[in-house]
Design a protein around this ligand. Sequence first.
Ligand SMILES: [Fe+2]
Ligand SMILES: [Fe+2]
Length: 281
Amino acid sequence: MIDFDPLEKHLARLLERHDQARSPWTYEDLVQRMQERRLDGMARRLGDGPVDLTSVRAAWAAGAGPLHPDHARALETAYLGETNLPWYAENLHGHLGRGHPLLADFFRRWVAEEDQHGRAFEIYLLMDQAVPPGPMLDAKTTMLRAGRPAPATDPFEIMVYTSIQELSTRVFYARLARVVADPLLADLLRRVQADESLHLAFYRDAVRLALHQRPELAKVVHRGLMGFREPVTVLPDYEERKAVIWDTGISNLKVFRTEVVEPLLRYWGLDDRAARDRWSG
Ligand SMILES: [Fe+2]
Ligand SMILES: [Fe+2]
């Protein structure tokens, strides 16, 4: 097991960097923009004359953001990944946060920020009914009831896993932001992506510090990269979701290899051909 005590001052610096770099954001802007857009759309559609209730309802329905159903599905899948937070928190608290005060300190910030991501996506999806709300709740319930076996229990391995997860998430949001037709959603995704970048920076740098201390831990990185699985794979319709997402080009094996696996290996100064090959496609 890695000894984090000698890394104390480095971890403190990573924590400080996170706090200084993060720009706090709220839901207010999101909710206000969605409401104003809806009202503006309705006003445009209804005009100045007297209107009947049926027309008002039709104008309301037409006032939702312009989001392709496949992108809505991709966002819903991202939301489900974020909202599975209780199980990530259980794992990180049990095996990472408890042993070291600085890691615990970072971990608690991380929980608050991840919670904010899931709630912001939920607000967006529900306010515009971008996907049917009933099945969305069913999927969330299924995911939470499935629980989550810990992907790792050793603190170093957890940080390797989390680095992969954070970068994978960041890449997903960045690519989704580039293709969605709704600028309001693109702005939200970029905000969340900025948080993911800071999460990644902490875990990825903590891994690099530990690798300097004990280079033989490269084998743990190898194991993490070979066995990585997205948390949403527990969803019964995961394969169907994956097919939709891969069709959009937001994500696929090549994206994962070139934008997640290879950058991490480069950053950690490792040459792991088997890990790259594992994700070739
Ligand atoms: Fe997140
Ligand atoms: Fe994150």
